[in-house]
Ligand binder design. Structure first.
Ligand SMILES: [Mg+2]
Length: 261
């Protein structure tokens, strides 16, 4: 038997939320882990939401949590830009995710960094060519989400990673990727937990991001057969440490609530 886990990093879409709606039984499992004193973080590649907006949506769905437990890719990217001392950036993203970038000089005129997030209708011929020319003139390239395809609504859609790869290939400027399965998002999240890696587990529905990222970060992983699992089952060389059908089944892997202390 492995030691009980003391911390968990949970994926958001397809695990705690389904098609953008909080999942009640996931909220119950999350709140139970909280009651047991498990240190919980939520790690999401979704660029359209800020740390705060994602936390608010979960709270409305019955999750008991603080904004600080959310590691959305917008928050993570802003932390990265702060860490590297970025002076200016063109953050190609929309929605509330942009709120996490307050304090930066956001500009399309000669920015130091081109940050590719979820720009949706903003990914126009004109904008992409402008980004290409800025990269050719020396701007650095950051990809928020490395994933190429998104299956949130059933049919495949181009994900931010696809646009980033295109700019990378066309400009010859290599991108720094920050979202799952890239190491930066895991390192930032783990740093905030102050636990030994052997006591932390990643829980998600996607082998290519959640499980691969956990393996790269040297933490254990649990695959839940919800969300995109059925669209992208794990390849033979990417097996999680545990697999369950539903999130509440993970509870025995965590110590029961302390009776004293
Ligand atoms: Mg997911």
């Amino acid at each position: 038997m492995p030691p009980p886990f003391l911390g968990a990093i949970l994926d958001l879409d397809g695990l705690l939320e389904s098609h953008g709606q909080p999942v009640p039984e996931a909220a119950e499992a999350f709140n139970e882990l909280s009651r047991r004193g498990v240190i919980l973080r939520i790690l999401s590649n979704g660029a359209l939401r800020s740390r705060r907006s994602a936390a608010q949506a979960l709270r409305q769905g019955g999750f008991h949590l603080l904004d600080e437990q959310l590691y959305t890719i917008s928050y993570i990217t802003a932390a990265y830009l702060r860490e590297v001392g970025a002076r200016s950036a063109w953050v190609m993203t929309g929605g509330a995710g942009l709120d996490d970038f307050t304090g930066f000089r956001l500009t399309q005129d000669d920015p130091e960094y081109i940050v590719v997030g979820e720009y949706r209708q903003g990914f126009t011929f004109a904008n992409l060519n402008h980004a290409l020319r800025l990269l050719k003139r020396g701007a650095k390239l950051v990809g928020m989400d490395p994933e190429l395809l998104d299956y949130t609504f059933g049919e495949p859609e181009l994900n931010p990673g696809a646009w980033t790869v295109m700019l990378e290939r066309a400009s010859g400027v290599p991108a720094v990727y920050l979202g799952k399965p890239a190491p930066y998002c895991f390192e930032l999240t783990l740093r905030s937990m102050s636990l030994r890696r052997s006591r932390v587990v990643m829980i998600g529905d996607q082998p290519g991001t959640d499980i691969l990222g956990a393996k790269n970060a040297a933490i254990a992983s649990i695959l839940i057969r919800t969300g995109e699992y059925h669209l992208k089952p794990p390849p033979a060389d990417l097996q999680p440490d545990y697999t369950f059908d539903r999130l509440p089944e993970i509870l025995p892997l965590f110590a029961p609530a302390h009776s004293s202390m």
